[in-house]
Design a protein around this ligand. Structure first.
Ligand SMILES: C[S@@+](CC[C@H](N)C(=O)[O-])C[C@H]1O[C@@H](n2cnc3c(N)ncnc32)[C@H](O)[C@@H]1O
Length: 283
């Protein structure tokens, strides 16, 4: 029988050898998950022994982590805003920078009565679900090209008690009705360039869905496609809100400008002071 203290140090050592950045933190998180304990529980009684079943579970998690599987796919969940989302390999793991996109969209949606919102590329559903939580009277349509992602998004709406979101399998706007239009179109599209993709951390490149990440040779393919149709899908005065990648805000703003159909372009930075969200109003 091994104690918590022994397993923690064994796990840390194994993950350190793999070259992971936070071996002690990862070992701690996985042990908590295996023995169904909070972090405090590990340290209040570190000499407590762990049953062979739980130890094997922990060793299995360590093996997966040592092969670079993200912690969130191992535990099956990720916190985003003030909610918890179910995640698996069919959806991108929600990122903290996307919270800025949600905050901006929520602030705008709250100014409109029963706003019509479109979440393009919903993935886990994290944007749509958080918007529904903060703007309950919003009519939200959330689309994704991946049926597997939509299955997870539907589970997330149930798990978070946000009924009423309409999920649709669609290649961008394709499955929408011909006359459907929205107050806000919100999208965190795939925006990684081919070059960046090749040098992504293995935990992202080997595990997260490629079609949630790659945005073509310059990373901007989805902004081009979305901007082509967005003006006809926005109600008068409607707005588009994009999350953008590192150093893409200028190019995306130029693209928006060059359509001649938007004004009031605004860029919002994230906590790392990186330009992260681009917003524009249909004119
Ligand atoms: C960067 S992920 C964003 C996921 C989620 N909204 C988030 O912020 O965590 C992009 C999403 O777009 C979806 N996607 C890729 N191509 C698409 C397309 N042509 N039409 C609709 N969705 C698409 C992917 O399946 C993926 O779920």
């Amino acid at each position: 029988m091994s104690s918590i203290r022994e397993l923690l140090s064994e796990g840390t050592e194994l993950l350190r050898k793999t070259g992971l950045n936070n071996p002690a933190r990862d070992s701690e998180l996985l042990l908590c998950f295996a023995i169904e304990s909070g972090k405090l529980g590990l340290y209040t009684n570190p000499d407590r022994t762990v049953t062979p079943d739980k130890k094997n579970l922990f060793l299995d998690y360590l093996t997966r982590r040592a092969a670079f599987e993200p912690i969130s796919y191992i535990t099956g969940k990720k916190e985003f805003m003030d909610s918890v989302f179910l995640v698996n390999r069919s959806v991108l793991i929600p990122r903290p920078e996307t919270e800025h996109l949600v905050e901006q969209a929520a602030a705008l949606a709250k100014q409109i009565i029963a706003p019509k919102l479109l979440d393009l590329g919903t993935g886990s559903g994290c944007i749509a679900v958080c918007l529904k939580k903060s703007v309950p009277d919003a009519e939200i349509t959330a689309v994704d090209i991946s049926e597997a992602a939509l299955i997870t998004a539907r589970k997330n709406t149930k798990a978070n008690g946000t009924a009423g979101i309409r999920f649709l399998r669609s290649d961008l706007f394709d499955a929408l009705g011909p006359d459907e239009s929205f107050d806000l179109i919100i999208s965190n599209p795939p925006y990684v360039t081919n070059e960046e993709y090749a040098s992504l951390l293995p935990e992202t490149r080997l595990f997260e869905p490629e079609n949630a990440l790659r945005g073509g040779s310059d990373g901007l393919d989805f902004y081009r496609k979305i901007l082509f149709e967005a003006p006809s899908r926005l109600l008068p005065g409607g707005k588009i809100l994009f999350e953008v990648g590192y150093r893409q805000a200028g190019q995306v703003s130029d693209m928006i400008e060059s359509t001649g159909k938007f004004g009031g372009i605004k860029v919002v930075r994230d906590l790392a002071y990186i330009e992260r969200v681009v917003i524009a109003r249909k004119i």
